[in-house]
Design a protein around this ligand. Structure first.
Ligand SMILES: O=C(O)CCC(=O)C(=O)O
Length: 282
């Protein structure tokens, strides 16, 4: 795996401007291969716990880091983590690890991504409902890992750059399915895309002839609730380091289990950041 590097200020500025960022080569080939094989195994199983099937033919699972260890290298991916900490803070955890299989469908069979149901949305809609869009800040970032090959018809997630700072919804012209400013990221198989909770996005059209597999790893502040089912067993794994333990949900506790100061559970990433750079994390 790549050695972590302090985040590039230009990348930070790009994310601030666009609400999304491509990190080139941030998915190691062997990690991708193992995660793709695990995804295929899970989807072929009859497991229902954590399953996320939708009417439009998508299939998937929430909480995949607890379902197969092939996904564990994504938790603290050294090629991504510095950027996440630089954009949020060291006080973050993994809120969701979501496997999404999107079928390749002919136009006439599609029930979403049609003009009456275009599918454009931003994340954390209940936060917006509670706080109002103008009071909703950047709270979480999703890292989109695509486990099947990209291409123009591969059904990659689409985005409206800059939409994270708008207070109105994106507008899709009558009879169309995408806003005029929508883009499909131009990525290779080992590139990953970061986007934040306010960035408008939609699954693209998959006309590739095979399913599109993606894992969305969502990181947010530790004072936000996780979306996935609790996976207490994961904290018992002896092979996780302190940073991974923080990310998968270790609470503010002393080693003997007694309650520690609020926020002290972010110590692993705070120390890790200090070794990476003298610059303050935001
Ligand atoms: O499947 C996709 O590309 C879109 C995923 C999505 O909308 C989400 O994770 O919120």
């Amino acid at each position: 795996m790549t050695t972590p590097l302090a985040p590039d200020p230009e990348q930070r500025a790009t994310f601030d401007r666009d609400g999304l960022l491509i990190l080139r080569g941030a998915l190691a080939p062997e990690v991708r291969d193992r995660a793709a094989a695990a995804a295929v195994r899970l989807l072929a199983s009859d497991r229902t716990v954590g399953r996320d099937r939708s009417v439009d033919g998508k299939d998937g699972f929430r909480g995949v880091v607890a379902l197969d260890e092939a996904f564990l290298p994504l938790v603290a991916n050294p090629a991504v983590l510095p950027t996440l900490v630089g954009l949020l803070s060291p006080n973050i955890h993994l809120m969701s690890s979501n496997l999404i299989s999107m079928p390749s469908l002919p136009d006439e069979q599609r029930t979403i991504r049609v003009p009456s149901r275009h599918g454009w949305h931003h994340d954390m809609s209940s936060t917006v409902a509670d706080l109002g869009v103008e009071h909703t800040p950047r709270l979480a970032i999703k890292v989109a890992y695509f486990l099947t090959d990209p291409g123009p018809d591969a059904g990659l997630t689409m985005f409206v750059p800059g939409s994270h700072t708008r207070t109105g919804p994106v507008t899709v012209p009558e009879g169309d399915i995408d806003p005029p400013s929508a883009i499909t990221p131009d990525i290779g198989p080992y590139d990953v895309v970061l986007f934040e909770n306010r960035t408008w996005h939609a699954g693209g059209l998959n006309r590739s002839g095979h399913e599109r597999l993606a894992v969305m790893m969502q990181y947010g502040y530790r004072w936000l609730n996780a979306v996935d089912d609790p996976a207490p067993g994961i904290l018992d794994r002896p092979d996780l380091n302190a940073v991974e333990r923080q990310l998968v949900g270790a609470r503010d506790r002393h080693p003997d289990g007694s309650v520690a100061r609020e926020g002290s559970g972010a110590r692993p990433l705070t120390d890790w950041w200090k070794h990476l750079t003298a610059a303050p994390a935001r």
